[in-house]
Design a protein around this ligand. Sequence first.
Ligand code: GLN
Length: 274
Amino acid sequence: MRKFFKCLSLIMLIGLLCAFGLGCSDEEGTPAAGDEDSKEKPTYTVAFEATFAPFEFRDEKTGEFTGFDIELIKAIGEVEGFDVELKEMGFDGIVASVKTGNIDIGASGLTINEERLKEVDFSTPYYQAGLGIVVRANENKIKNVEDLKGKTIAVQIGTTGAEFARTIEGAKVTDFDQVTDALMEVKNGGADALVNDYPVNLYYVNKSKDDYKMVGGKLESEYYGIAVKKGNTELLEKINNGLNKLKENGEYAKLYKKWIGVEPPEFLPGEEEA
Ligand code: GLN
């Protein structure tokens, strides 16, 4: 009999917990328990690789992740009513994690390209980038992409820069998990050059002008998009609507100016019709 009551009270306790929605929610995202406001607010996980300043990196002073992408996705969440949970990971794992639904959002300076469009869906472009070359400051033989033929090139694994470097005749390409390690390899003489996104090169070269310089200008043009799982139109619409709202209320331009240092271009692809 005692056992019976014990069992019964346990069942009642579980029932009570469920009634209060603790641990039994099957809603999308994970609403934070507590204040009224966050009850219906979903939390989406955001994946990024954090050696990609000024888009995503760890602030040396505060120890927090920050940058254009980080502040942009947080601002989108604010106008669209969702919270974000930041998840740092290797760059080459981001598209796969979004594809399987392990991660809700990929915001990591991700270039929209055909290959990735087969795996995930992208928001409207939010930044126009392109590739560039970094060499040692005292290097005087490499002046442009032609001069990279047969050279040793450091790249970040899984990037468009890595792909591009492998099309250069006779080049020996070494992959690194982090952009900062690839740069170090150039500085140490283990590689002749780095091929990586132009705005990111600019940021790191400006920080260490004694060590590095940029050569050859912008090699081509690419557009960054925010990635979601294929078919997750609900989330994609939130992101695109949020982006539009931030463009209209001036917040996008503010963030662009803060992190890129110049005014945003008048149009990105797809905006002319908007
Ligand atoms: N834009 C490049 C790409 O998508 C590099 C991105 C990155 O290293 N974070 O491949």
